[in-house]
Ligand binder design. Structure first.
Ligand code: ATP
Length: 469
């Protein structure tokens, strides 16, 4: 029963997203393309606000971080060097009967006790035949057709999307869409430190699209094949990485709670056990969020040692070492990487803010308690009636406010309906112009969360909103 309720709340979020223009299913008029989504007029506002807030916090507010926008398409040698060609895979099996593709580790996790799964997980991720053994002994039915004993052997499936670079078939080069933004940063390490005179320790931040051919993309925008990442590679002196790792985990967590206002009880840090770490990683901590179906990774912070830079030095034959002019030393820097998915963050922000609130009159209102800096629309301006000059007056107020804050003017339907619509959009303030406005130049300002209404002069609106947003 409890599970049904949890899944219900994801359903409600998906429904609200479509109803109010946050997120639409992709290619809908052609029957869709599974697991693709388009962000509508209000969804894109939220994404842009999140990107802006992240950039301010990670780049503009720091002397030791700069930005970058590197290509999605990279020389294929990059992925040989980074280990993605040989290692970037998930275990997969098919049902021979109905051809359903299944990601084996997720399939087992949902069917075994947590203790059992923990015991076998890391062995199976290194060698998928171990998973085949578990599947056979578990006698699990196919989740689609229900047949038992019809699964193929488990095998590794590389998640990178292949494409060709170049116009002619013969001359074209097989390349990949990037599965992470990080490698573009490593390739530009030397360019940045020489062109921008950066001294270690320093970081390079980047926001951009990544692509992974996920075996089972699911849970709305949580796991998709095309998604956006906000990543930072922080280059530091060997020996200082532990300290910086602790610093960045803390820094990321503070941004989620203090700037975005996510509820602390919905966030936790999960340190990876030794056996779980990638072979090049010294330490990894995931910041997890309590999504409607349970805890899931939101932000991965990894201490990646000097692995990536050493590999690129080896494969490119270039000297990529950092020259410390003051100490007279030369070394490959160590790297701390906080990697956040923008779309997962969007989902976390939306589910944190979503509430169906029972009102005293027995009605239920759906409201998004978004922090004003994340809300797509900051202020909505309504005339009580679309006549007697109220609409003209409201439009003048709207024009003066939209100059500073993204605002909406709405004169359709009853005033209560307009409030409800903006509650669902997460608009923190509504300004209503009524007949008294024409007499004394005052308006009603209604606040979203407590629904309190205060009367103020039009001239007081700007300082009031400046204080609140
Ligand atoms: P997962 O274990 O969930 O597949 P991951 O550990 O492979 O994630 P990373 O490679 O660390 O993820 O990527 C950094 C961040 O990018 C993740 O924390 C997540 O927020 C986001 N991310 C990764 N894969 C996807 C995806 N398929 N769809 C949406 N966001 C993703």
């Amino acid at each position: 029963m409890a599970k049904e309720k949890e899944e219900g709340s994801l359903k409600q979020l998906v429904a609200l997203s479509k109803r109010r223009g946050f997120v639409f299913p992709g290619s809908e008029i052609y029957g869709g393309l599974s697991n693709t989504f388009d962000y509508g007029p209000y969804g894109i506002e939220i994404l842009n606000n999140l990107k802006k807030l992240w950039w301010e916090y990670f780049v503009h507010r720091r002397d030791d971080v700069v930005g970058l926008d590197s290509s999605i398409l990279l020389n294929p040698m990059v992925w040989e060097a980074s280990g993605h060609v040989s290692n970037f895979s998930d275990p997969l099996m098919d049902c021979k009967s109905c051809k359903t593709r299944i990601r084996v580790d997720h399939f087992l996790e949902e069917r075994m006790t947590p203790e059992e799964f923990e015991k076998y997980k890391n062995i199976g991720l290194k060698d998928p035949t171990e998973f085949t053994f578990l599947i056979k002994t578990g006698k699990y039915p196919c989740p689609n057709c229900g047949n038992v004993g019809t699964f193929t052997e488990a095998r590794n499936f590389n998640l990178m999307f292949k494409t060709s670079h170049g116009a002619s078939e013969e001359g074209s080069l097989d390349i990949y869409l990037r599965p992470e933004t990080a490698q573009g940063i490593f390739l530009n390490f030397k360019n940045i430190y020489t062109a921008c005179r950066k001294k270690i320790p320093f970081g390079v931040a980047q926001i951009g699209k990544s692509f992974r051919n996920e075996i089972m993309a699911r849970q709305f925008v949580f796991r998709t094949r095309e998604f956006e990442q906000m990543e930072m590679e922080f280059f530091c002196e060997p020996g200082s990485q532990k300290e910086w790792f602790i610093f960045w985990v803390d820094y990321c967590m503070n941004w989620l709670t203090d700037t975005l206002g996510l509820k602390k009880e919905n966030l936790r840090i999960r340190e990876h056990a030794k056996e779980e770490l990638s072979f090049y990683s010294e330490a990894t901590s995931d910041i997890e969020y309590k999504f409607p179906w349970g805890w899931g990774e939101l932000w991965g912070v990894a201490s990646r040692t000097d692995y990536d830079m050493s590999q690129h030095e080896k494969f490119s034959g270039q000297d990529l070492k950092y020259h410390d002019q003051v100490k007279g030393t030369k070394y490959i820097p160590y790297v701390i990487e906080p990697a956040l998915g923008l779309n997962r963050l969007f989902l976390a922000v939306m589910s944190d803010a979503y509430e169906e609130e029972k009102l005293d009159d027995g009605e239920t209102r759906t409201v998004l308690h978004l922090a004003p800096r994340i809300s797509p629309v900051k202020i909505a301006v309504f005339p009580l009636m679309k006549k007697d000059g109220l609409d003209m007056k409201a439009k003048v107020i709207f024009e003066s406010l939209r100059f500073h804050w993204y605002s909406d003017y709405d004169d359709s339907a009853a005033i209560g309906k307009r409030y409800r619509r903006h509650d669902e959009l997460g608009t923190p303030f509504c300004v209503t112009v009524d007949y008294d406005t024409l007499k004394d130049n005052t308006v009603t300002v209604r606040e979203r969360d407590k629904m309190t209404q205060i009367r103020m002069e039009i001239g007081e609106l700007k300082p009031f909103f400046l204080d609140k947003m």
